[in-house]
Design a protein around this ligand. Structure first.
Ligand SMILES: NC(=O)C1=CN([C@@H]2O[C@H](COP(=O)(O)OP(=O)(O)OC[C@H]3O[C@@H](n4cnc5c(N)ncnc54)[C@H](O)[C@@H]3O)[C@@H](O)[C@H]2O)C=CC1
Ligand SMILES: O=C(O)CCC(=O)C(=O)O
Length: 525
């Protein structure tokens, strides 16, 4: 039975959905990394929020794991290269908590402007300090949004509703999108020079880490206010502290920290700082959204093979999955066939999708061809890591599509170029949706592949079929199907034979010794 571990606090909806889909669930929150490492080998799926860190060490111990689902957006707590190398699909829920997080950023901006947290504490302490908490209006102020994706654009929309002027820096924001949003797209230094408030909404990457540092703070307006509801690592906290103390920065609202959980932090206890404990996504609505989404996505992947919101593999919708299924089988067979007969270094792989196959989502098909192709050459290769493995090995992968498939309604042709030669193999599906190999090295045939196959190339000479049949019969090997093809009479020929059991090495040697035989390969599918 498929088993999933939920290792962070999550809406009960997630476990409910897993169980409804027939998946066994354990909810073990608050585990130490050692405890997680000890049990992760039992699970096919791991559902997390931000408390669990899926390190390379945990992933190495996750010998059965197929998917890590992040109920949220940021995946900086998952070692994606390690997961990819291990063939584990990593998915997130990119929209479920975006509104909630944007609302938190707006709430933080109000809190800063009107000193709400400090005024609340003072008032409840009976101090009535009306003059201490003089605020500033948001109306007419300029908000600088750094990172104008899902959350940043919702923040911009809400800020425009508050009659703020919004300028945005985001290298991937198109002028058309900026115009639609009603924001002015600017360069970063321009944003620093003009913004009264700066709000951060980028992921943490090499390009964004430590973005708010002493040098950049110096470029900002005196009295600027900074809101960070994205990731702690975007800010050099010591530099921000110094700027808050000098008055250069009038206030900061911080939801996320360089180290979490932030039991202590240099920004704590400063008068003009508002802090929350990574609450950006913490609303009932958002948590239900992300829990439902992550459980549905993970269950679909584990049970149906559909892929939604994956960060390290191509998407396959639930509607596409059943349509793709027989093609996946065909693609895997083609890749595996080519992989098993390839004896020298792979250089180039060209996959041509013809006829109906050209209309499909071909990315997962190419990925599974690569899995089949590389599988016989290396361990632990699957659809997730095969494209990366191919790239790392310098294998040039090309795809092409064509509406026409000559004699077939649908066809996939795989051409593999090695250091020594090019070889192609093509297959189709008929009405029964069972994969058929229809051509090998340009030689037409029609073969279904079984678990044990024998691939023989030979010169087309009289008596060959009889002597091969007798030899196999004498060895007690039953022939299930026998397919033949040749270029021309007496020319190069291929025999593809399905046998009921694998061949012993000495029988193989005898087949190789038959007259006119050029190559003999036992193949397993
Ligand atoms: N506090 C919290 O609880 C939450 C925090 N987050 C954080 O918010 C971040 C943003 O989330 P979304 O808006 O959904 O992501 P998104 O991917 O939709 O948007 C991020 C934007 O940042 C832009 N970007 C990338 N590099 C940049 C750079 N160097 N400078 C400027 N812009 C850059 C991208 O082009 C993209 O438009 C997440 O990565 C996550 O870390 C998300 C949800 C909750
Ligand atoms: O799950 C949470 O509370 C944090 C959400 C978050 O940071 C994210 O979705 O990136």
């Amino acid at each position: 039975m498929v088993k999933v571990l939920i290792s962070d606090k999550m809406s009960p909806k997630a476990a409910e959905i897993f169980r409804q889909r027939g998946i066994e669930v354990d909810e073990l929150t608050g585990m130490s990394p050692e405890e997680l490492k000890a049990c992760i080998g039992n699970y096919d799926g791991l559902a997390i929020r931000s408390s669990t860190t899926a390190t390379a060490e945990i992933i190495e111990a996750a010998t059965n794991l197929k998917v890590i689902g992040r109920a949220g957006i940021g995946v900086d707590n998952v070692d994606i290269p390690a997961a990819t190398a291990a063939g584990i699909c990593v998915m997130n829920t990119p929209f479920g908590n975006a509104i909630t997080t944007a609302e938190h950023a707006i709430a933080m901006m109000f809190s800063l402007s009107r000193h709400i947290p400090a005024a609340d504490a003072s008032t409840q302490a009976g101090k009535w300090e009306k003059s201490r908490f003089m605020g500033v209006e948001l109306y007419g102020k300029t908000l600088g949004v750094i990172g104008c994706g899902n959350i940043g654009s919702i923040v911009a929309d809400r800020a425009i509703g508050l009659k703020m002027k919004v300028v945005a820096f985001d290298p991937f924001l198109s002028p058309e999108r900026a115009a639609d949003l009603g924001v002015e797209k600017v360069e970063l230094d321009d944003l620093f020079a003009r913004a009264d408030y700066i709000t951060l909404h980028t992921p943490i990457t090499d390009g964004t880490r430590n973005l708010i540092n002493a040098t950049n703070i110096a470029k900002m307006k005196d009295g600027v206010r900074i809101i960070n509801c994205a990731r702690g690592g975007l800010v050099v906290e010591e530099d921000l502290k110094a700027a808050l103390e000098s008055g250069k920065v009038a206030g900061a609202a911080v939801d996320v920290y360089s180290v979490e959980p932030a039991k202590e932090n240099v920004l704590f206890s400063l008068e003009n700082v508002v802090c929350t404990p990574h609450l950006g996504a913490s609303t009932t609505e958002a948590q239900v959204n992300v829990a439902i989404q992550v459980a549905e996505q993970m269950a679909d992947y584990l049970l149906v093979g559909s892929v939604t919101n994956a960060l390290n593999m191509p998407s396959v919708t639930a509607e596409e999955a059943p349509k793709l299924k027989p093609y996946m089988e065909l693609a895997k067979q083609l890749g595996s066939f080519a992989g098993q007969v390839t004896e020298s270094g792979l250089k180039k792989v060209h996959v041509e999708y013809e006829g109906q196959a050209a209309g499909l989502n071909i990315k997962p098909l190419t990925a599974i061809i690569l899995q089949g192709l590389l599988g016989p050459l290396m361990d632990s290769v699957n659809m997730v890591n095969a494209p990366i493995v191919a790239k790392e090995r310098g294998i040039d992968v090309m795809e092409s599509i064509s509406d026409k498939a000559d004699d077939y309604q649908t066809l996939i042709r795989l051409t593999v170029t090695t250091e020594q030669r090019s070889r192609d193999i093509a297959g189709t599906l008929y009405g029964d949706k069972r994969p058929r190999i229809v051509s090998i090295k340009g030689i037409n045939m029609e073969a279904e592949l079984g678990p044990h196959m024998l691939y023989v190339t030979n010169r087309d000479k009289p008596g060959f079929i009889g002597s091969l049949g007798s030899l196999l019969g004498e060895a007690g090997v039953n022939i299930a199907t026998f397919h033949l093809g040749r270029h021309e009479a007496q020319g190069e020929a291929i025999a593809l034979i399905e046998i009921d059991s694998s061949l012993a090495e000495d029988t193989l040697e005898k087949v190789r010794a038959l007259p006119h035989v050029e190559q003999v390969k036992p193949l397993a599918f």
